[in-house]
Ligand binder design. Sequence first.
Ligand SMILES: Nc1ncnc2c1ncn2[C@@H]1O[C@H](COP(=O)(O)OP(=O)(O)OP(=O)(O)O)[C@@H](O)[C@H]1O
Length: 600
Amino acid sequence: MRHLLHYIDKLRRYAGYKLYVNLIGMTLISFLEGIGIFMLVPALGLIGIFSLNTSGIPFVSGLVEPLKAIPEKTRLAVLLGGFIVLITGQALMQRKQSNLNLEIQHGFIRYLREDLYRGLLQAGWPFYLKNRRSDFTHVMTNELLRVSMSTYLALRLTTTLLFTAVQIGFALWLSAKLTAMVLVCGIAVAVYSSKFIKRSKSIGDETTELAQQYIGGMTDHFNGMKDIKSNMTEAQHMSWFRALCGRMKHNLVHFGRTQSASQFVYKVASVVLISLFVFLSLEAFKVPAESLVLIIVIFSRLWPKFSALQANWEQIAQSLPAFKSLADLERECLLAKELADVDAAQDAKPLRMNEGIECRGIHYKYESGGAGYALEDVSLAIPVNSMTAIVGKSGAGKSTLIDLLIGLIKPQEGEVLVDGKRLGQEDGFSLRRSVSYVSQDPFLFHASIRENLLIAAPDASEAQMWEALEFSASDEFVRALPQGLDTVLGDRGVRLSGGERQRIVLARAILRKPAMLILDEATSALDSENEAKIQHALDRLKGKTTIIVIAHRLSTIRNADQVLVLDKGRVIQRGGYQQLSADARGAFGKLLEFQAGANA
Ligand SMILES: Nc1ncnc2c1ncn2[C@@H]1O[C@H](COP(=O)(O)OP(=O)(O)OP(=O)(O)O)[C@@H](O)[C@H]1O
């Protein structure tokens, strides 16, 4: 409930005065509709369509004299004309109000989407280490839509309530006793029906859980389709999917049944009530016939509002878990916020490094309560414009060390210094702006090569792009593609081999003209010839750019100025390539020996 109020408040802040105009419009329309119906029956009685004494009916009795002044022949036409004008006016207002409705409703969805996406972009990297990516997709698609629709529904509910209150007012005026009786019955039905609200909420919990499993499972399956195909595990996946779809179907049917059960209760109650009404009015309270007609007209309009209120409330209750998911994600993003302004991220000035980066006594563990450190007591220095190679077995902590060096994660103990100074938050962003990082898992957008390159350097010229492609030994194959730089990569475009992807990503990294270039297994998929070309290109950068290379293939780091050997999160050896390789008993010497044996 707290979350629902939070989003109603958001809607209020988003839509401003338009929301109030809309709410007033909605109430006015209901009111006009009510008046139209309220007037019709007695007015028809007045002109003699059927016999009815109108003197006791509020409003209508005041119209009697002016209407009587109209010649009898034209009275019906005038009356019906007035009715048409009233309802047309109401329809016109309704049209305007529907348009405003659409504007606010879809604007609110857009507002929530942008707000959440901004929050996700503002969150720091540790937040992404903790959470499953498909959960973000789930909240940004299913849950966000459920929330925006239900927030709006909740607001409509208030106008329905308002309108219902006005109608109850009319009814009380006509017959307090009968209205009180209907209200008591209405409250009794609502109390009885509260079990449907509770049931809707628990169905909603299951809807959220199932939708999360659906999106998570689909993401995993499509990402792992090659594994599924090559290992022939289609049947297992199909049976998982079948079971999940069965549960999803059951969940939706259950909710539908809950709604129809509560509507059934309201329908039966309505017919019982109306019959009771007529009976008591005529037999016990001796209500005049015209008042009885009016009360029946009013309540035949009022009762559907009661059941609509119930249906709306069930819909909202079913969406309450979505409110919680969205609010929780927003809160977590806020707690993990590292970037104050996403749009100004580009404005951070790249850092000019004069001496280099240093780590002192770094300790880092992924799970704060966990036992093992990913990095333990790591101290090292990376001089500016030098080439440093980080080697070690899988899981030694190499990628973790890079994440710490560029400020993606913070050590629990120890510090990272740039030019001898501990970096503040803003300097950290400047450092990242001066870094180009090519990860183990090269990522290209589903767009043209040109667009993929320009993401990193929006102002780069065509010549600069070709220069970067040449650096990464990819100019030849890009020239051979059907549309060259404008060839679209991805599903509907050209598919690239692992090595080709790595080379395009490398070109993108170089195009940024970074002060520090970090290559994390960035050439692992290349053949020896292309790798040699990149080695030469890196050699040309030496002395101008700080280069950090992580490589399992030790031949690629032969020209490094310093080699750091990591094992189980600790630096166990450091020195020049020649110096370390000369020590056959050292850790690096053993790695070299092992690789030489493996290649023989
Ligand atoms: N997101 C994570 N959550 C928890 N533990 C992690 C996470 N990422 C890495 N680790 C753990 O931290 C340790 C160091 O991992 P890291 O990825 O830095 O090793 P690496 O040397 O780069 O390995 P590789 O050569 O296989 O890429 C490993 O024990 C790993 O299991």
